[in-house]
Design a protein around this ligand. Structure first.
Ligand code: ACO
Ligand code: ZN
Length: 223
């Protein structure tokens, strides 16, 4: 016990305990060599994945003081598609999603939020849908399996409602959250998904939302 305490003091405060990397956002223990190794690996892969050099004829659909939104469509040049695939892989990894094969890959629209530092800090993947099931905010009641077991199994209505656009993924880089990036991505999607009309919040649906996704969606749809 005593030697352990001594070691901690020697290592110094800043190398002990959880550290958040200011570039890649990973939380790791700097004093743990295995953790540090994992961080180095994640760090490089992640920064390479979100690096955005840009391309001629990129489709800028919105511009802001702190970045811009670029739309990528299925028949775009391969380097644009490659970037989208790299980002999606990082996102799916973080969310623990399985690679899902879209039903209509030709109709997928991907929106990337590019920061001033030339990094992809937000991503929204949307596809046309015909119906959706409303998430019920209240759990079915005490003792019901959904309220006690998996927090991801939200109660869904079994009555389908018409919808137009499904959001299959929405993600913002950990260190850029709560800066309205997700909100701006969804606003832009509503504006660009169908030519000539602005979709209402009733016409968009979030598929299989995570707790973060649900908090965001609830807030977004009520304002
Ligand atoms: N907790 C509580 N409220 C939240 C949260 C949260 N974690 N995230 C967003 N909100 C609400 C807030 O009211 C916020 O407004 P405020 O900051 O003025 O209070 C409002 O939503 C708008 O938030 P944004 O800043 O636009 O959201 P952000 O850019 O932070 O992105 C997102 C939200 C995409 C959910 C982000 O947290 C994220 O990437 N999380 C991890 C990935 C994930 O879980 N994505 C959803 C998967 S579900 C799907 O893809 C269909
Ligand atoms: Zn890092």
């Amino acid at each position: 016990k005593k030697t352990k305490d001594q070691l901690i003091i020697d290592a110094g405060q800043k190398h002990f305990g959880a550290t958040v990397c200011k570039s890649c956002g990973m939380i790791y223990t700097a004093s743990n060599p295995e953790d540090e190794m994992q961080h180095v690996q994640h760090h490089h892969r992640f920064l390479e994945g979100i690096k955005y050099v840009g391309w001629k004829k990129e489709r800028v659909v919105a511009e802001f003081w702190d970045g811009k939104i670029v739309l990528v469509l299925p028949h775009d040049p391969s380097f644009a598609i490659k970037k989208v695939e790299d980002v999606q892989e990082l996102v799916d990894n973080e969310l623990g999603f399985q690679q899902v094969v879209p039903k209509c890959p030709n109709k997928i629209k991907t929106f990337l939020f590019i920061s001033d530092e030339k990094r992809v800090v937000g991503c929204l993947i949307a596809e046309p849908i015909k119906q959706a099931f409303r998430v019920l905010s209240e759990p079915a009641g005490p003792g019901s399996p959904t309220s006690t077991e998996c927090s991801r199994a939200w109660q869904c209505s079994d009555v389908p409602e018409p919808a137009v656009c499904g959001i299959s993924r929405i993600w913002v880089f950990r260190l850029k959250r709560r800066k309205r990036i997700a909100r701006r991505l969804v606003d832009t999607l509503r504006n660009c998904f169908m030519f000539g009309c602005f979709l209402s919040t009733d016409e968009i649906a979030f598929s299989d939302p995570t707790p973060d996704g649900k908090l965001f969606a609830t807030k977004y749809c009520n304002t």
